[in-house]
Ligand binder design. Structure first.
Ligand SMILES: N[C@@H](CCC(=O)N[C@@H](CS)C(=O)NCC(=O)O)C(=O)O
Length: 170
């Protein structure tokens, strides 16, 4: 439980995920992604060159802020059945904003691909794919977005997503 004192000692912010990498404690999802990339020497996923890095990080920051804010009401209300999100109108508003955000991803993929930042798989795909999975596991009406569907299928072929990419679900 995130309220347990032992967990709070690990992360006083009371949120998962938290990584304990041989005593190095790292919190915040996208900071963890950056930490694992740097500590495991996977610069291919987040290069040092300013321009490609900015492109990738813009997707990561957008996912952690604006994009995540869109799904909260629908996901917490409909999937987690969180009593703090009972209002059907607020859930519908969240679903509309969620779909619009996924639509922005579809438009970006339509200009290139097959990955979000071009021909290589990057950290942007790690975090955005999780949000797309979340949109698909939320029982809301969704527009038929062909670029996103193709992208999602492509990413689902990766062993890492097959093993860890289901947002805690089956
Ligand atoms: N900004 C944090 C948010 C993490 C977050 O919202 N975690 C939720 C679960 S998805 C949580 O720990 N909620 C408290 C709980 O489950 O007890 C991050 O990106 O890591």
């Amino acid at each position: 439980m995130t309220s347990d004192p032992a967990f709070r000692a690990l992360n006083p912010f009371g949120m998962i995920p938290v990584v304990d990498d041989n005593g190095i404690i790292v919190r915040e999802s996208n900071t963890i992604v950056r930490y694992l990339i740097d500590s495991r020497g996977r610069g291919d996923l987040l290069p040092r060159e300013p321009a490609p890095r900015a492109d990738i990080e813009a997707w990561m920051d957008w996912q952690a802020s604006d994009f995540n804010n869109t799904w909260r009401g629908a996901f917490l209300g409909l999937v987690r059945k969180n009593p703090d999100h009972p209002d059907p109108k607020a859930i519908e508003k969240s679903a509309t904003a969620f779909n619009a955000a996924v639509g922005l991803i579809d438009a970006a993929l339509g200009k290139g691909g097959p990955f979000l930042c071009g021909t290589s798989f990057t950290a942007a795909d790690i975090v955005i794919r999780l949000s797309i999975h979340r949109s698909r596991s939320t029982p809301i009406d969704r527009p038929d977005l062909r670029n996103v569907a193709r992208y999602y299928d492509l990413l689902c072929e990766r062993p890492g997503f097959q093993k860890y990419g289901r947002d805690g679900g089956p």
